[in-house]
Structures are given as C-alpha cells and as structure tokens.
Ligand binder design. Structure first.
Ligand SMILES: Cc1cc2nc3c(=O)[nH]c(=O)nc-3n(C[C@H](O)[C@H](O)[C@H](O)COP(=O)(O)OP(=O)(O)OC[C@H]3O[C@@H](n4cnc5c(N)ncnc54)[C@H](O)[C@@H]3O)c2cc1C
Ligand SMILES: NC(=O)C1=CN([C@@H]2O[C@H](COP(=O)(O)OP(=O)(O)OC[C@H]3O[C@@H](n4cnc5c(N)ncnc54)[C@H](O)[C@@H]3O)[C@@H](O)[C@H]2O)CC=C1
Length: 306
C-alpha cells in the first residue's frame, strides 16, 4: 500500500501459514485457526472491509462447552469470522498479485556491504533487498537473525507450544446438535463441525479436533494413527453419542501452534540494519495479534524509510 516493492518467500506450497486449509477429497478443512475475533478498532475496520469484499463471513455455530465431562450449551454474543469458502481464502485474497515464491524455505538471512541477501534450502540466493521482515514463529525466526544477535536473543525468549489437530469425516452425520465446543478436562481443547461454517461442502460430516497443548506436548512423537484413535475416543466420550470409525481421518502436528506466554512487543526491529521481526507471538497469539504485529512492523519500516 505504501508503494514499496515486496517479495514474499514461504516454505509452504500455498499461503495461509497457521490459517491454512487442507484440500482433501472430503472438502477443504481448516486444520489451524478455526475462526477469529476482532477487538482492536483498526482490525475491526479491516475485517469489515474484507467482509464487504466477500472474503470472509460470520460463523454462528451452535456453541457448547464441556467441563468435567459435562456437555452444555454455551451461547454468547461474540462475533466470530471465517474465510470463505475456506480459512486460507482470506490470505489468498490479501496476497493479490504480490510476487511470491512458495515451497522456498529460507535458511539464511545475511547482510552484504549495503544490502540483504537470502539463501534458501536448495542453496539458491535471493536479493539484493534493502530491508527484510521475518514473519515466522519465534523458534523458527531465531535461525534467521544471526546478523542481529540482540534481536535473536530477545526472540529466543519467546517459546511456543505444540497442538495436534485431527480431522474426522463421516458419511453418515453424527447424531449431535454440537457445531463448536470449548473443552476442558480432556485431551481435547476444541472441536468444530466443518459444515456449520459458511461456504463449506456439506456432503460428509467432517470435524476438526484440537488437542490441548499439554496433551500435545506429552504425545508429540506418537504415531499419527494413535493420535487419531486417542482423540477419536475422547471426542466420542465428550459427545456422548455413537462415533463410528471415521470414513476419512488425518492428523496434523503443529509444532509451533501458540505462544507459551503473552508479550506486548508489537514487533521487534533493528531499524538501523533494516531487519524487522513480527508474528502473533509478539502480541496475542491470535489472528488479530498476527495482523496487528505485521502492521506494526510495516509502520516502523516506513518510518525509518522516510
Ligand atoms: C491449531 C491452531 C488453532 C488456532 N486457532 C485459532 C483461532 O481459533 N483463532 C485465532 O485467532 N487464532 C488461532 N490460531 C492462531 C493463528 O493461526 C495464528 O495466530 C496466526 O495464523 C499466526 O500468523 P503469523 O503470520 O504470525 O504466523 P504463521 O501463520 O505461522 O506464518 C508463518 C509463515 O512462515 C512460513 N515459514 C516459516 N519458516 C520459514 C522459513 N524458514 N522460510 C520460509 N517460510 C517460512 C510458514 O510456512 C508460514 O506460512 C490457531 C493456531 C493453530 C496452530
Ligand atoms: N489451538 C491453538 O493452537 C490455538 C488456539 N487458539 C484459540 O483461538 C481462539 C481465539 O481466541 P479469541 O479470538 O479470543 O476467541 P473467543 O473470544 O471465542 O475465545 C476466547 C476463549 O474464551 C473462552 N470462551 C469464549 N466463548 C466461550 C463460550 N461461549 N463458552 C465457553 N467458553 C468460551 C474459551 O476458553 C476461548 O478459548 C481461542 O479459543 C484460543 O484458544 C489461539 C491460538 C492457538
């Protein structure tokens, strides 16, 4: 928006990061961020604009909570948004025609005499660039900040927690009114019924289950099949209805799902070098926090470029 030339590199095959959706035979599944809320007025305004553009829609699930094995309705007035027809649709729209190189993992960010250069996992070099913004989870950012050791050590203090995500699809819809559920006292901490979200395929009855970070940490190296089975059992127990073997199942491990602690950093920078770091872990560990942190990095970068 400020007229600078931007080149984006991402190690994934598509945009979205932890907001990405997986394309499967049973439809698109949001395995990471499930929905987002908007509280900061700048973000509220951005969300309003995206909604007007048709990039996202409000999700109004039949919301439940489960505590001590007791399932109860838990309606509220909180507005929750999702990308349509999949979560990652929003990032695809925001990307527009910005030059982006996907499936490109950056392994080194180094400064030449006047400019920055990036090296990827295939040894290819990219650049020169006058500024670099590192927008990845804190533990992955550290390796890219060797040119600014002070910055690297601040970032290294931000640790992140894992989350196992499981998707289960059933040809016959489960006999339950639940469409979203906040869970306590279980290996799970969240579950969502995919077809209750706007614009999703309605053929199969697909669910996304998230394990708690504590369970995920304890079962980090459990084989995928075992993760699916254990979380399916926890799911069945929680719903209290018959849950057959799924017709389709997958498990995805998010190693750096959520920040372990909250910070109010906004973004971090070595402005003299032209190196900026941002991400949800600089703020609230939510989509809104990620967006605000990116805005703050951009603001500082432009301030220094002026
Ligand atoms: C399971 C789960 C559930 C969640 N649920 C919610 C929710 O309901 N509501 C909510 O608001 N938030 C939720 N979140 C959090 C939300 O997804 C994040 O806060 C937000 O997406 C973070 O955005 P980001 O840009 O900071 O980082 P990311 O989305 O992690 O983006 C970083 C990008 O950098 C790329 N990358 C990493 N290293 C390299 C490298 N070396 N070279 C090139 N590219 C690299 C990655 O591929 C990725 O695309 C959830 C997250 C998870 C994992
Ligand atoms: N699994 C993961 O890796 C991550 C999950 N994240 C979740 O993303 C959501 C985003 O947070 P916000 O935007 O603040 O969303 P929000 O306001 O819907 O929820 C915030 C938290 O409040 C509780 N809560 C809210 N509404 C209800 C309700 N009706 N009944 C019972 N409890 C309720 C619940 O504990 C929830 O986690 C939260 O649920 C986070 O736990 C965020 C980041 C990572």
């Amino acid at each position: 928006a400020a007229g600078l030339n931007v080149q984006l590199f991402d190690k994934s095959r598509g945009s979205g990061g932890r907001m990405s959706s997986k394309r499967c035979d049973v439809g698109d599944l949001d395995l990471g961020a499930q929905y987002f809320t908007a509280r900061d007025r700048h973000f509220v305004e951005a969300v309003r604009q995206w909604q007007e553009n048709g990039w996202l829609a409000e999700w109004k699930p039949a919301l439940y909570q489960s505590q001590g094995g007791q399932l109860s309705l838990s309606p509220d007035t909180q507005q929750r948004f999702v990308g349509v027809p999949r979560m990652s649709a929003l990032t695809r729209q925001l990307l527009g025609d910005l030059p982006a190189t996907f499936a490109c993992r950056i392994t080194e960010v180094f400064r030449g005499e006047r400019h920055w250069h990036l090296v990827d996992a295939d040894g290819q070099s990219h650049g020169p660039f006058s500024k670099v913004v590192v927008a990845v989870p804190a533990p992955q950012a550290v390796a890219l900040l060797s040119a600014a050791p002070k910055l690297a050590s601040a970032v290294a203090s931000a640790t992140m927690e894992p989350v196992w995500a499981v998707a289960l699809s059933f040809a016959r819809a489960l006999d339950t009114p639940v469409e979203g559920c906040f869970v306590q006292d279980s290996p799970l901490d969240w579950l969502a019924r995919n077809r209750s979200k706007p614009g999703r395929a309605v053929g199969m009855d697909s669910w996304v289950l998230h394990a708690s970070s504590a369970w995920s940490r304890q079962h980090l190296d459990l084989p995928r099949e075992a993760v699916i089975e254990q979380l399916r059992c926890a799911f069945a127990e929680l719903l209290g209805c018959a849950v057959p073997e799924a017709d389709f199942a997958l498990a995805h491990r998010w190693l750096y799902a959520r920040p372990a602690q909250g910070h109010q950093w906004g973004a971090l920078a070595d402005a003299d070098l032209g190196l900026y770091v941002c991400g949800d872990w600089c703020l609230s560990g939510r989509v809104e926090g990620a967006w605000l942190s990116g805005q703050e990095a951009a603001r500082r970068l432009l301030e220094h470029a002026a």
